[in-house]
Design a protein around this ligand. Structure first.
Ligand SMILES: [Zn+2]
Length: 715
């Protein structure tokens, strides 16, 4: 469940996001900065960002200037006196705001990879201005009238297919964002967005605050069950925080999860669990409950201006699912099987606990710990043993190998120092076509956790493929939060983390393989864009990868067949837990946005919704509401968290197609179809249509049920 936070939206949105509004505040500052952050990228590989020279103190002035320049571009389009055409309106919009696009790349790094209190202050100040800026574009009446004229004309006399799609997406983007409203409503619409943007920033900064400020320090006597690697890194984190001799469990998923899985100290497990699931919910200055209420009310008011009943209905109209009912129907079809499986898992865990003489009843902070014990008893699978074969460097090679087989790509490390990076840990590879040797782009990898880096894993592009203004190569990045090993130690990761690593690489391949002409067509459709990355996860467990890359870090032996068989057998293990914790969050997301927010009490709403669902008491939602950044630190995943499962139906169904092919997961014909229909077109064709071209039919939910080991009741 990893979010590509800064993947490009639709064409329209990317323009809008890139361009910041020049507002009164900006006008008071003369744009005198000849800012590095906005300059054209120079150097090798078609030009690269000067990450080594970016400075936080330049950000504000640069972003002000970039917004102003972008608005100038937009004004020139809007005020053109020639009759509107695709070329002088839509294509010019595709071109607008180059400076802001470049500036936003640096901004994204400073916010996601290298954040500081200093930067966060700037971010807080800029967020409402960005929003105003976006409104100035979406609400530019002249611009909209020109877009509408091109759109109307294209309904009479269609353009080339890709141009037609750009026009439709652009027009829809405007209409969905209030361009058709009267003056008064437009003003309110913009004011709402401005308010929302501040609430989003507050929301995520509150979560970050609680992640950084609730650290559990252990003494030497409290390390029972923990691995050497974990202990070493916990010692280092404590030492870095001035607590020499202690061991720090930070309040992030990457610390919490392994600690709960292995620590024998039940009281400490409870404490770490409680800290984690209370993020944003501590009743102090960093509590998010009121922010959520504010967000839900403003979202409802905004879509009501557009004549929609609720946010969910408005949001899903251009998604693959089309309506909240379709999305809910999928989730409700899977939910009963998921909670029934939890009940079975709890019985298994309780049995193990009783047999070991632990006089306990399974509580949420026990789930991971006893699940791990059940895994050993039932599947004889020891996660730590598996880890010995999962070295990050080898996994990186494995991904490059898969990209070579499916996409015909070669990955070569760039010469040391030839491409600027924002941190010494970031490594860069050149991506070329194996046959022609032509450059496709650069792949940046930022693998390690650090202070100021957001948690989780994600993929971004610094530059996307387009051809309308000459061919542009792709600069894509993958970002993770692996705990950096002590010097000389191999970095061993869990099977789940290896899967996530492949997942994010799937996003990168989706960027690299784009064949679209216009930037807008690189946009992701939220419930479709996780499909490509989820599908790529499946290559981790292919024989070719296992035999060559899943190599024991000490002996160099490949993972034994018996262990592989155990992993495969265990793949449906704990699906009750993972499906339920995810689905509870996804259903909650949808229910927040279907409910009337007028007098909503978040605590109560969460509690009652879970009770209605018969949520098992032994586990929490994966993201409790006050920390559900996907949904409340922006709009990217609001009423879209279901999209992971929507995409997973496609993933399971497409995997079955590969498994049934003569060449299995490396079948040449299937690989060609994969690239041609599922990856390269991005959003240049309707996703449902693209999938049918690949599979010859729609995806079936039964594939997902089989995949998770749930009973299939219909076929
Ligand atoms: Zn993803």
């Amino acid at each position: 469940m990893i979010t590509p936070l800064r993947t490009k939206q639709s064409i329209f949105l990317s323009i809008v996001m890139i361009v910041l509004v020049s507002c009164k505040q900006e006008k008071t500052q003369e744009p005198t900065v000849d800012s590095l952050l906005l300059k054209e990228w120079i150097g090798p590989y078609g030009g690269v960002p000067a990450f080594d020279q970016m400075k936080v103190e330049d950000v504000k002035a640069a972003m002000f200037l970039a917004m102003e320049l972008n608005l100038k571009d937009i004004d020139a389009i809007a005020n053109n006196t020639d009759a509107p055409t695709f070329e002088n309106t839509i294509e010019e919009m595709e071109r607008a705001g180059e400076e802001l696009k470049r500036g936003s790349t640096y901004y994204g790094i400073l916010s996601g990879n290298m954040s500081t209190p200093e930067f966060r202050a700037i971010q807080t100040e800029l967020a409402p201005l960005f929003s105003e800026f976006r409104s100035k574009i979406t609400q530019n009446e002249n611009l909209f009238q020109r877009v509408k004229a091109v759109y109307d004309a294209s309904r009479e006399k269609p353009l080339d297919a890709d141009q037609q799609r750009v026009v439709e997406l652009t027009y829809k983007g405007f209409a969905m964002n209030g361009a058709d409203l009267d003056k008064e409503k437009k003003e309110r619409y913009a004011a709402i967005n401005k308010e929302l943007s501040s609430l989003y920033t507050q929301f995520s900064n509150n979560v970050l605050h609680d992640e950084e400020n609730y650290i559990t320090y252990l003494t030497k006597e409290q390390l029972g069950g923990l691995s050497d690697g974990f202990i070493k890194s916990a010692a280092k984190i404590a030492a870095d925080k001035g607590q020499e001799g202690k061991y720090a469990i930070t309040n992030t998923r990457s610390s919490m999860d392994p600690f709960l899985k292995y620590s024998t100290e039940r009281e400490l497990r409870k404490q770490v669990w409680t800290n984690y699931y209370a993020r944003g919910d501590n009743g102090d200055a960093y509590d998010n409950n009121q922010n959520i209420v504010g967000i839900l009310k403003l979202r409802r008011e905004r879509v009501e201006l557009l004549g929609h009943k609720n946010f969910a209905e408005w949001r899903l109209q251009d998604r693959m699912a089309k309506t909240p009912e379709n999305a809910m129907a999928l989730m409700e079809a899977v939910w009963p099987a998921a909670i029934a499986r939890v009940a079975e898992e709890v019985v298994d865990m309780q049995t193990v606990a009783d047999k070991s003489g632990d006089n306990i009843t399974i509580e949420p902070w026990d789930y991971r710990y006893y699940a791990e014990k059940v895994r050993k008893v039932k599947y004889d699978l020891d996660s730590d043993e598996v880890k010995q074969y999962l070295q990050l460097d080898k996994l990186t090679d494995a991904m490059h190998y898969v990209a070579g087989r499916l996409f015909n790509y070669n990955f070569t490390p760039v010469p040391e120092g030839s491409v600027p990076v924002f941190h010494e840990d970031v490594k860069v590879w050149e991506v070329t076509d194996k046959d022609s040797g032509k450059n496709i782009g650069l792949w940046y990898l930022d693998p390690y956790a650090r202070q100021g880096k957001r948690s989780g894993a994600w993929a971004t592009t610094y530059r996307s493929h387009t051809t309308f203004d000459g061919k542009k190569n792709v600069l894509a990045s993958n970002n993770s939060n692996f705990v950096k090993p002590a010097p000389g130690e191999a970095l061993l990761v869990s099977w789940d983390d290896a899967t996530t690593f492949f997942h994010e690489f799937g996003h990168a391949l989706h960027y690299f393989s784009s064949n679209v002409k216009y930037p807008t067509l690189n946009g992701g459709v939220r419930d479709y864009t996780e499909f490509q990355s989820q599908l790529l996860e499946r290559w981790l467990s292919t024989d070719d990868v296992i035999s060559q890359f899943l190599i024991h870090h000490k002996t160099g032996e490949p993972m034994p067949a018996a262990l592989v068989a155990k992993i495969k057998k265990a793949s449906t293990f704990n699906q009750g837990f993972s499906t339920t914790e995810y689905l509870a969050s996804a259903i909650m997301d949808m229910k927040f946005h279907l409910a009337d927010p007028t007098n909503i009490d978040m605590d109560k709403f969460e509690r009652e919704t879970l009770a209605e669902l018969k949520m098992p008491k032994e586990l929490p939602m994966r993201h409790r509401s006050p920390q559900f950044g996907h949904v409340f630190s922006g709009e990217g995943y609001a009423t879209a968290y279901y999209g992971y499962m929507w995409a997973d139906v496609l993933t399971a169904d497409a995997s079955e197609a590969f498994a049934e092919a003569p060449g299995d997961f490396y079948d040449k014909e299937m690989a060609d179809k994969l690239v041609k229909y599922l990856f390269a077109p991005r959003n240049s064709m309707d996703p449902a249509e693209a999938y049918r071209l690949f599979r010859g039919r729609n995806a079936k939910i039964e594939a997902l049920m089989r995949d998770r080991g749930f009973p299939v009741t219909t076929e």
